[in-house]
Design a protein around this ligand. Structure first.
Ligand code: NYM
Ligand code: MG
Length: 228
């Protein structure tokens, strides 16, 4: 006799700055609540922890850090919440993350030296993320940096520059392409969906809901680990 034990779904929303990610994440969270689904919303970076405060001060340029040091802090900020995520999922509470390891790689690997070379290699950036809980679904809110600019431009934080966002978008496309290929080959359980976030917000919200809804009654597969 086999007993199928379901756990709750793990959904990640990724995207460039100004992609509407935070708005859509909040909407999705509210919609799940209204549907009676137990759900937790986690935002990375989580600026409330001791590590998160160091990240926050770096992003606001009130402190300087070596590129490797800040990369590892972003990763450590996920690792400090990894067991909480796992506990929620096994207890039947869905988890939605606003950004995750994919942002960690895309933003750090997009940094360049004064001569235009990558400051950190892609593989180096991916390494500390290996073994984190793997999401069942990644919703990549795709927007061109030009549309992002039309939406009122970027804020004052580090990384919120159009030339960097171009490179970040390319890296997200590389990461997503790899995830899609691995899923096709049966190597991972993570589904990567590219959602055109340049459209009106209700249309984007409806598409996101249609992608998440099939998961709300739980998933059969055991929680997997990223890149191992
Ligand atoms: N960011 C976010 C990283 O560089 N690495 C990471 O691991 C994560 C989670 O932080 N520009 C960057 C992306 C954003 C910035 O995030 C702050 P947000 O979602 O704008 O608060
Ligand atoms: Mg931002």
């Amino acid at each position: 006799m086999s007993i199928s034990l379901k756990r709750a779904p793990f959904v990640v929303i990724e995207g460039l700055d100004r992609s509407g990610k935070t708005t859509q994440t909040t909407r999705l969270y509210d919609r799940l609540k209204e549907a009676g689904v137990a759900v937790e919303l986690i935002k990375f970076p989580d600026r409330t922890t001791a590590i998160g405060k160091m990240i926050d001060s770096y992003l606001r340029s009130t402190s300087e850090l070596d590129d490797r040091a800040i990369h590892l802090l972003f990763s450590a900020n996920r690792w400090e919440l990894a067991s909480t995520i796992e506990k929620h999922l096994n207890a039947g509470t869905a988890v939605i993350c606003d950004r995750y390891a994919f942002s960690g790689i895309a933003f750090s690997a997009s940094k360049i030296t004064p001569t235009g070379e990558p400051a950190l290699s892609f593989e180096w950036c991916l390494n500390p993320e290996k073994g984190l809980p793997a999401p069942d679904l990644v919703l990549f809110l795709d927007i061109t940096p030009e549309i992002a600019r039309k939406r009122g431009g970027y804020g004052q934080e580090r990384y919120e520059k159009e030339e960097m966002q171009f490179r970040v978008r390319k890296l997200f496309q590389r990461i997503g392409g790899d995830v899609i290929a691995e899923k096709r080959d049966g190597k991972v359980n993570t589904t990567w969906e590219i959602v055109d976030a340049g459209r009106e917000r209700d249309i984007v919200g409806a598409e996101l809901w249609s992608l998440v809804q099939p998961l709300v009654n739980g998933v059969e597969s055991q929680l997997a680990r990223l890149w191992i």
